[in-house]
Design a protein around this ligand. Structure first.
Ligand SMILES: *Cc1c(COP(=O)(O)O)cnc(C)c1O
Length: 376
């Protein structure tokens, strides 16, 4: 099945009582067990609304197994703590989501897990590996500068060394990038973003082999990272339009990026779909479209906060991947907790704005972003 068909049909179990088209919502947390093959309980990730949406994600990520968690961070923390032990070492790429960065610097050391940040390219990742490295964790395209990592190259290297590879695939969505097919061991999403897509859900997903997912599930069961039935049901509904939404967002972003790129009031546009973008060639090879996320840097004479206040259509908000176009200033939001020197080194300046392009009309979005450049 193609992505659009999988989005609509995979996993979904039609209502047998009435012939309804949708999976019914099963809200029970207490479930009879005498005649079942397993004991079902929401926290065990084995109730029906969870199973259905997990199966849809398995199809979309071409995975053997999967898990839906209470947030993207629950997915990330369950992967790290469920698969590693004290003494292990992780290589992370630079330019990670701010919450992931906070988890790493605040929590890993206390449990004896060491780590290093490597620039988001194959050579730097390989050079950062030590004899204790058990996991390589990457984000591609990354937040907020849309850096692209060569996933096949990283996977091939890691496999030759027996190192696990994990990717945060949130920005690409399973529509545009399937890292398991490129050799990665595990793929996770903040389902709060594109998968939910309507800015009304908080959830996460993990996909990979049955063996690895079982370990992550055991950890998440012990530590309580499950998603409730209502939200599993809502996520299933959202995923039915995932292909439509992401294609439109990606097409819109291509228009926005090229129009912003030709404005004299904008210094840089970071979007792998632009032919002069450093990640363009690799992204064209490993992605099926360049996605709905981009960032741009205002000219020095434009005050970023005043620019944001002049926007009329585009909404100044955190999070991303919704049907509405949203924008944020990373220094004040996602990367607020990062030290100034670290931000400067990575190129996260006050004038850098991150745009999540929605499904509105592309010209309307562009017009608003351009009109706000003029102080009026
Ligand atoms: C939002 C986000 C996360 C964290 O997800 P939550 O659902 O907020 O826990 C992780 N990675 C990326 C790339 C994100 O955008």
């Amino acid at each position: 099945m193609k992505k659009s068909t999988q989005s609509v049909r995979a996993g979904t179990q039609r209502d047998k009582n009435m012939g309804g088209l949708n999976t019914p919502l099963f809200s029970s947390s207490a479930i009879e067990y005498l005649d079942d093959t397993e004991v079902r309980y929401p926290r065990y990730f084995n109730t029906l609304n969870h199973a259905v949406v997990a199966e849809k994600m398995n199809a979309l990520e071409q995975a053997e197994a999967g898990l839906v968690t209470s947030s993207g961070m629950a997915a990330i923390s369950s992967i790290i703590f469920g698969l590693l032990e004290s003494g292990d070492h992780i290589v992370f790429t630079e330019g990670l989501y701010g919450g992931t960065h906070a988890l790493i610097v605040n929590e890993l050391g206390r449990f004896g897990i060491s780590y290093v940040f490597a620039a988001a390219n194959t050579r730097s990742i390989e050079a950062a590996v030590t004899t204790d490295t058990r996991m390589i964790f990457v984000e591609s395209p990354s937040n907020p500068l849309m850096t692209v990592v060569d996933l096949s190259a990283v996977a091939a290297f890691s496999r030759s060394r027996g190192i696990m590879t994990v990717i945060d695939n949130t920005f690409a969505s399973p529509i545009l990038q399937n890292p398991l097919n490129l050799g990665f061991d595990l793929v996770m999403h903040s389902g709060t973003k594109y998968l939910g897509g309507h800015s009304d859900l908080c959830c996460g997903t993990v996909n990979g082999s049955s063996e690895l997912v079982a370990k992550v599930r055991n950890y998440a069961t012990n530590h309580g990272g499950c998603l409730n039935a209502q939200d599993c049901h809502l996520l299933e509904r959202s995923l039915k339009t995932l292909e439509l939404r992401v294609r439109r967002q990606s097409d819109n972003a291509a228009v926005v990026a090229s129009r912003l790129n030709s404005s004299k009031s904008i210094k840089n546009v970071y979007y792998p779909g632009l032919e002069n973008d450093p990640g363009h060639e690799i992204a064209a090879r490993q992605m099926d479209g360049f996605g709905g996320m981009l960032s741009f840097e205002l000219a020095d004479d434009i005050d970023p906060v005043k620019y944001l206040r002049r926007l009329e259509l585009v909404i100044c908000a955190v999070s991303l991947g919704g049907v509405e176009t949203t924008i944020c200033q990373p220094v004040a939001t996602s990367h607020q907790k990062m030290s100034q020197s670290e931000r400067q080194r990575l190129g996260i300046t006050p004038g850098l704005l991150r745009l999540s392009v929605g499904i509105e009309d592309a010209d309307d979005i562009v017009d608003d972003l351009l009109q706000a450049l003029n102080p009026g």
